[in-house]
Ligand binder design. Structure first.
Ligand code: DX5
Ligand code: ZN
Length: 233
């Protein structure tokens, strides 16, 4: 079981909508200051890419550990890598609180999810836009987070694929039907002018990269996302 401090657990469990800025769109030459600029958000989203599962190569455990040292927020590591099971222990050691792996990248998903939980982290499973939610059927009970990609993973700043909204609704329905606490996170193309659509579909954790780090005033951008998630832009 995880042994997170109460402050982290409370933020992981806080009532949504939550905002999780993705540091993929941050200035890596000033990562400490960038992380401090988003402390009014809820989670810090760390996009790990290997140049194999996705075309891009980004962050490894070293940078995740640096983020964990600087930020008081939960560190949410989204592994877009093949064979994610090989790196679970390293990301847990780096200070990740949530480790999310792709269903498409892990043939033994049940075992990988068990490894994440044994490493003391919250466990998430992510689905690419085309992947049917039925693959969660026999693992859902063990998940803290379902991360639904609303772009094809690999890059920040892409436009939302809105064909994914019905999937967000269906995943939320499955979770409610089973009486689970699993969070529904969405990732890709989230902006103040569309975030309400995600909330309405049943998402409660919104990743936002360019919408936060592309804005000069991060606190204002986060506040605008929060308010639009509840009331619309
Ligand atoms: C995409 C990543 C996202 C990305 C989101 O592969 O998983 O987290 O950084 O960026 P925006 O919000 O700019 O679409
Ligand atoms: Zn991501």
């Amino acid at each position: 079981m995880n042994t997170f401090p109460d402050a982290i657990l409370n933020k992981l469990r806080a009532p949504g909508p939550l905002i999780a800025p993705s540091i993929l769109s941050a200035d890596f030459a000033a990562l400490g200051a960038e992380l401090r600029s988003v402390e009014s958000a809820d989670w810090v989203h760390v996009d790990v890419m290997d140049g194999r599962f996705v075309p891009n190569i980004t962050i490894g455990p070293l940078v995740a550990a640096a983020a964990a040292r600087v930020s008081p927020l939960p560190i949410d590591c989204h592994l877009m890598i093949v064979e994610p099971e090989r790196y679970v222990a390293e990301f847990a050691k780096a200070g990740a609180h949530l480790i999310t792996v792709h269903a498409e990248a892990s043939p033994h998903l049940d075992r990988t999810v068990a490894a994440v939980r044994e490493a003391g982290c919250w466990a998430g499973v992510s689905l690419n836009p085309h992947t049917h939610e039925s693959c969660l059927e026999y693992v859902l009970e063990r998940l803290d987070v379902v991360l639904l990609m609303t772009v094809n993973p690999g890059f920040g700043g892409q436009s939302l694929i809105d064909r994914v909204f019905p999937k967000v609704e269906r995943v939320r329905e499955r979770i409610e039907r089973r009486g689970l606490q699993t969070r529904v996170q969405v990732d890709g193309g989230v902006k103040a002018d569309n975030i309400r659509r995600f909330t309405d579909a049943g998402a409660d954790v919104m990743v936002a990269g360019s919408a936060v780090f592309g804005a000069p005033d991060r606190a204002a951008a986060i506040a605008a996302l929060r308010s639009a998630a509840l009331r619309g832009a």
